[in-house]
Design a protein around this ligand. Structure first.
Ligand code: ADP
Ligand code: MG
Length: 696
């Protein structure tokens, strides 16, 4: 329970100060300004008063009970102060002081020390190197933070790993009059974690939507579990920064976060049902909509407009974001024909025409809300001089009061002249947007949430005929020969043991046995160098394909043999597999997440275009299919320009089996199948190159 942190009955500030330009002063001032509902106890070694409050030389001298303490003293003093706090019975401490994990060296030790005190005494530590928390609940009014952002009580709770991002978002939400419930920025997060905070807000009835900014997830599995649980109850809007290498570097020096999971945070977001954003403004605009309106059940939007162009922009934005603009039901169309102008369009978008007044908008909104084909309503309204705009706003507002579906309004107007029209919308809790793009994206985010949370539950795929003993044997043999990877022949055998298709292969060590192997397999064949020292075989001339007879094979052997003499290689002879669409699959074990799956177009595409999708293990066939459909090159697989589609179900099965193989064998750190050839309906996909890297 984090009540002591977010709903403290009393607050001490250790390191309080009378000097205005200090954190120790600012926190006290902020608590005053917010009219905190409990006693504030400044602690200062000498000063008798801070502002006009009596100050105490130590936390232990404070007469009353202290529930929450801010610690703003020098880093090396923090462990002792924390012990004093615990002795005093303080339940939670916000350590604003910096100079811990983020500076490395002694900082790491100091942080370990405060974690140890927390464990030993049970005091909860928030931070260090952090801003703090805020709670606008009228019963609390805690501004336990040193920033300047102003707060309007409301329903958005905001977590920001970076206090700077928190401030920017907070400020914008204030400008948008969006309303904040609680805020938290926990810096190094040595004890109280983002997952705990999410769960706490998940249980807070006044929090309707949660914003969650992260730079790195230190415990992705815990985050996934918490966020999944909470997002079923209320929307979480996520933003991950530090996506580029330069950004990532800035992160690690910033909060001492670990960047290992960088590429997978988006995946965790999706799996948890978190709606992901890349832009702070878009995030704030969406939060406004989520805070004020009910969430839609699906992504089918009905548009009402009195102006053509902006209606088209709205439609474009919505469609591009994955929303649908379905036809209206017959009864809606018929009803609207009788109530709108004869020239009005009763398709979706509904064009009520520029001269439409309150009764026309009323009819359109009312019927779209009632239409079972529609999940949400987007109103475009440009305010003409010749229309009772206030009346339009009033009618829509009245309908919004009891609506179970969200209504978003794009009010294109001159804000001073039509201030009261805007006010009418806002007072009814209808978010208003200046641009069709902005409002449409906010509504699209709501639709995305509906889509993410409506995903069917995921049950891992079951397989029969898996030969796990074979796999264990091959891995053991590789370890015993001192290798960190599995030789190609063994790697193909591992694949086969899990039902993953590959070519027939033989390993040979000289010319004669290479020729014999080819005879056994049957021409045409492929010859590859086999050595742990050769990573990219074809780049260095270690692969010869489509060898049709003994003579060409013998020549290829001589060339490869000569080229790789120094590494004393072996040779792999493989069946030549013709045709097929070239794909890549892989799996990589990530700390805290287990085997993460990758799928993409093969060969150079995966390297240059980075057109890949990711998935978590154990992967179900359904999620595997989502991964396949998630790449941009998917149309190539679905069949375009007369090409037959590839067997998607067999491909999905292969991905799911690969996931199972990795899950069952923790000694496998990484598997790369590149390329995999996929074929049309009825034929198994085949991996023609495999690399299995073992864990140290
Ligand atoms: P590497 O990736 O180490 O360079 P590969 O084993 O992937 O080597 O071989 C390089 C290319 O040769 C593959 O991308 C594929 O196009 C082709 N190739 C390899 N093995 C076969 C095979 N058995 N059948 C058909 N083509 C193959
Ligand atoms: Mg390859």
């Amino acid at each position: 329970m984090l009540d002591s942190l977010f709903r403290p009955k009393s607050v001490a500030v250790i390191g309080a100060s009378n000097r205005k330009l200090t954190i120790g002063y600012r926190i006290i001032q902020n608590l005053f300004d917010m009219e905190f509902n409990g006693p504030i106890y400044p602690v200062h070694p000498k000063e008798p008063f801070i502002k006009n409050l009596p100050a105490y030389p130590s936390i232990l001298n404070i007469p009353g009970e202290v529930e929450l303490a801010h610690i703003v003293v020098k880093n090396t003093m923090v462990p002792q102060i924390l012990r004093d706090c615990a002795k005093k019975g303080v339940k939670a401490a916000i350590v604003n002081t910096a100079g811990f994990k983020e500076i490395g060296g002694d900082g790491i030790k100091l942080e370990e020390e405060i974690v140890a005190v927390a464990k030993e005494t049970g005091i909860r530590v928030f931070g260090p190197n952090c801003q703090g928390v805020m709670n606008t609940d009228p019963a609390v009014k805690a501004y336990c933070n040193f920033t300047f952002t102003r707060l309007i009580p409301g329903h958005i709770s905001l977590f920001a790993q970076s206090g700077g991002v928190g401030e920017v978002v907070n400020n914008r939400l204030y400008e948008l009059k969006a309303g904040i419930r609680m805020y938290a920025s926990n810096g190094n997060a040595c004890d109280v974690s983002v997952s705990e905070i999410l769960k706490y807000w998940g249980d807070d009835p006044e929090t309707r939507v949660i914003i969650c900014h992260v730079e790195s997830l230190s415990d992705p599995a815990a985050f996934l579990k918490a966020a999944k649980e909470v997002s079923m109850k209320k929307p979480i809007l996520g933003m991950k920064t530090g996506r580029t290498l330069a950004g990532a570097k800035a992160v690690s020096s910033h909060t001492g976060g670990l960047m290992k999971q960088d590429a997978t945070t988006e995946l965790v977001f999706r799996e948890a049902g978190v709606v992901s954003f890349r832009d702070e403004e878009e995030l704030c605009q969406a939060a406004l909509a989520f805070a004020k309106q009910p969430v839609p059940k699906g992504k089918r939007v009905g548009i009402i407009t009195n102006t053509g162009g902006p209606g088209i922009i709205s439609a474009d934005e919505l469609i591009e974001a994955g929303c649908l603009l379905p036809d209206l039901s017959e009864s809606t169309k018929n009803a609207l024909k009788g109530k709108l102008f004869p020239e009005a369009s009763v398709n979706n978008p509904v064009d009520v025409l520029a001269t439409a007044g309150p009764e026309h908008y009323k009819a359109a909104v009312e019927h779209l809300l009632a239409d079972e084909n529609i999940d949400s309503v987007l109103v475009n309204f440009i305010t003409p001089f010749f229309v009772d705009c206030e009346g339009v706003a009033r009618e829509i507002s009245a309908l919004a009061k009891n609506a179970k579906k969200p209504i978003i309004a794009i009010v294109m107007t001159e804000k001073h002249g039509w201030a009261s029209t805007l006010e009418t919308f806002r007072n009814a809790g209808i978010p208003t947007y200046d641009f069709p793009e902005t409002g449409s994206r906010a509504l699209a985010a709501m639709s995305k949430y509906a889509e993410l949370t409506a995903r069917p539950a995921d049950s891992p795929a079951e397989f029969t005929g898996v030969k796990s003993k074979t796999v264990e044997k091959i891995i053991r043999a590789a370890f015993e020969s001192g290798r960190g990877t599995v030789p190609q022949k063994g790697a193909f055998e591992i694949l086969a043991a899990y039902g993953l298709g590959g070519p027939k292969t033989e390993e040979s060590s000289d010319r004669a046995s290479v020729l014999a192997a080819a005879k056994k397999i049957g021409y045409p064949v492929v010859l590859k160098v086999e050595s742990e020292k050769v990573l990219h075989k074809s780049d260095s001339g270690g692969v010869a394909v489509n060898l049709r007879d003994e003579k060409t094979l013998a020549n290829a052997f001589d060339a490869i043999h000569k080229k790789f003499k120094e590494v004393s290689p072996k040779f792999l002879v493989a069946e030549f597999v013709e045709g097929g669409v070239e794909l890549a699959m892989g799996v990589k074990r990530e700390e805290g997440l287990g085997p993460v799956m990758m799928f993409g177009l093969g060969g150079i595409y995966v390297e240059i275009l980075r057109d890949v999708s990711f998935g978590l293990s154990p992967l179900s066939r359904g999620r595997a299919l989502e991964m396949i459909k998630g790449i941009k090159g998917y149309p190539l697989l679905a069949g375009i320009r007369g090409r037959k589609p590839v067997d998607l179900n067999r491909l999905a099965d292969m991905l799911a089996r690969l996931s199972k193989l990795a899950c069952d064998n923790p000694q496998i750190a990484e598997i790369d199948l590149n390329p995999v050839f996929a074929f049309e309906e009825g034929r198994e996909p085949v991996a023609v190159d495999v690399r299995i890297i073992l864990s140290k």
